[in-house]
Design a protein around this ligand. Structure first.
Ligand code: PEP
Ligand code: MG
Length: 591
């Protein structure tokens, strides 16, 4: 094949870089079956259509049962629980009978009946006051997909179908996809929607899987088995690559591995500037089994343990004992280093599309995170008790997300005191000196940092949310991703203000948003006086290399200079100039 011909077949899709690295391999498409065929039935075919539905239900149950056993046998109990809940719903008589009735009374095909009845149930569940019922709608959405994919013979995501090294392509990913994607088999993934700061992207980085998001219509352009190149570093996907292109990317892939290897050699070295100032680099995790990666990349403890995964995609709330076992395991494994457990941060972009909580109730600016916990204390107190009980097994700190002001912080602390009193009355031991922190991720909290600092032991700045709320730019919406501007002078002033206010009151400050793990910001955050940087374990060596390559004095000078600039563009340009001079090899990612 001539080179011209090869190149003519190639299509380059540009999206958003989500997680660095290069993958070359066949794709596995996860179809969005909710767009289903709809046709009318002759009356005499109703019985056979119901029979077709019954067979599909049995097949779906068998398949889900297999996935359940696979996950349970591989110690992915949280994932297994999701599928157990799905199986139970497939046996729900009310649901099944309604579908039979819909087929018979409206004379429509089974796929359409499942979709109509399913949507109706989802609507009821998602508007319920009861959070348990609202969560059920997440499962229901997955079940509808399973049933429709069984009927249509098109797979969504089936573990047994995944060949080693496949690149998963989806419109978006659901909680149960995420559980499955944790398997080692997957080389990379790409989605039609999402932004660099969306939850899918964060997850990809935390798993160390190359990924590109926001590719708009990649799912429509490929079929399972097609060969692609995914360049997660640049957010690019090349469809139908020619031999020459593959060869070039294989060279790039080797370079990437070599680069990662060179960073690994830094693991044991201290995080210290050239003029002797030490800083703490810790890790953000979502699952206990990431602790291996945390230690492997030389993190000093866990600066953010996101605890939402325990609560989504299952039929009931986790019990206090389940949570306790999980937190205890993490505390024991990371000891003597500390783990900061963030209390439940449900809502907003996190699973909102799957949770089924109405947007008006749990939107980015709605009943989410600490607000939800303060309202539903029957959910909050068991989590606090579990954290407290686990605190005697290691070095646990606790922090509250989405604090908007001092009253809310006091209320959260009061609930913590209630949990402590309960445990004291029950004679259960806990660490009485457990440090308590507040996440600073709402502008009102940033502006009142001096007041909040008197109430807590530390701050952790959540820039993912702080940026979106400061700039009124939805972090998960790729249409306005250029407005989500971390270099905006307002954002940098907020961060500087929070750090200075905290230090004035003698407390330490961490930053656990994505900025902490982005090499471009390291020098200025250092210059602002940040004490702890918390990020995906995989990027720790890069950030360490930068901190070890500058003096604090130089960092402070650069920070002072950029704080006088007026526009994000000027700041970005100046910071890049400096970064380009000092560590060009670290800047490839995301450009
Ligand atoms: C943040 O908002 O910066 C943060 C770390 O929390 P999350 O991304 O989980 O909202
Ligand atoms: Mg946040």
């Amino acid at each position: 094949m001539s080179e011209n011909l090869q190149n003519r077949n190639e299509i380059i899709l540009n999206g958003t870089p989500a997680s660095p690295g290069i993958a070359i391999g066949p794709v596995f498409i996860i179809h969005d079956e909710l767009h289903v065929p709809r046709y009318s039935l002759a009356e005499w075919t109703v019985e056979s259509e119901i029979e077709r539905f019954t067979i599909a239900t049995e097949q779906a149950k068998a398949k889900l049962g297999e996935i359940y056993v696979q996950l349970a046998n591989n110690a992915y109990q949280d994932g297994a629980n999701i599928f157990q809940a799905h199986l139970m719903m497939l046996e729900d008589r009310v649901f099944i009978d309604r579908i039979h009735h819909e087929i018979g009374s409206k004379l429509i095909n089974a796929e359409a009946a499942i979709l109509d009845v399913g949507e109706e149930f989802i609507k009821v569940f998602s508007q319920a006051d009861d959070i348990y019922l609202r969560e059920k709608s997440v499962d229901l959405r997955d079940i509808i997909r399973h049933l429709i994919s069984t009927l249509s013979g098109r797979e969504r995501l089936d573990l047994s179908m995944l060949e080693e090294g496949v690149i998963v392509i989806a419109h978006d990913l659901t909680p149960s996809d995420t559980v499955l994607i944790r398997k080692d088999k997957i080389a990379a993934f790409a989605t039609d929607v999402g932004s660099r700061i969306s939850h899918t992207a964060i997850l990809a980085r935390s798993l160390g899987i190359p990924a590109a998001v926001g590719l708009r219509n990649i799912t429509a352009q490929l079929k399972t088995g097609d060969l692609i190149i995914l360049d997660g570093t640049h957010g690019k996907v090349i469809l139908h690559p020619g031999e020459e292109t593959i060869k070039n990317y294989q060279v790039e892939q080797e370079k990437f591995y070599a680069f990662e290897e060179s960073l690994h050699r830094l693991t044991e070295l201290p995080v210290i500037t050239l003029d002797g100032h030490e800083r703490k680099l810790s890790a953000n995790i979502e699952f206990p089994d990431e602790i291996y990666a945390v230690k492997n990349h030389g993190a000093k403890g866990i600066g953010l343990y996101r605890t939402e995964y325990f609560y989504v995609g299952r039929d009931d709330l986790p019990s206090e004992d389940e949570l306790f076992e999980d937190y205890k395991e993490v505390a024991q494994q990371i000891a003597p280093e500390s783990v900061i457990i963030r209390t439940l941060d449900l809502g907003g972009d996190k699973f909102a599309s799957y949770l089924g909580i109405p947007h008006t109730v749990s939107s980015m600016m709605g009943l989410r995170a600490i607000r939800l916990c303060l309202k539903y204390q029957d959910i909050f107190i068991p989590q606090l008790r579990a954290i407290l009980r686990a605190s005697v097994y290691g070095n646990i700190k606790i922090m509250f997300p989405m604090i908007s002001g001092v009253e809310e912080l006091r209320q959260a602390k009061e609930v913590l005191e209630t949990a402590k009193r309960q445990l004291t009355d029950d004679g259960v031991p806990f660490d009485h000196n457990l440090e308590v922190g507040a996440m600073i991720e709402i502008p009102s909290a940033a502006m009142t940092a001096d007041i909040l600092a008197k109430e807590v032991d530390f701050f952790s700045i959540g820039t993912n949310d702080l940026i979106q709320y400061s700039l009124a730019a939805d972090r998960a919406n790729e249409e306005i991703s250029e407005l989500f501007e971390p270099f905006h002078p307002a954002v940098l002033r907020f961060i500087q203000h929070v750090i200075s206010a905290a230090h004035e009151d003698g407390i330490w400050v961490g930053l656990c948003g994505e900025m902490a793990g982005d090499p471009v910001f390291t020098i200025i955050l250092l210059g602002m006086g940040l004490d702890e940087f918390s990020m995906s374990p995989q990027v720790i060596p890069e950030i360490k290399r930068i901190i070890r390559s500058v003096t604090l004095k130089e960092a402070q000078e650069l920070t002072r200079e950029i704080m006088t600039l007026s526009t994000a563009w000027e700041i970005e340009k100046r910071v890049y100039e400096e970064a380009q001079k000092r560590f060009p090899e670290l800047l490839a990612w995301g450009q």
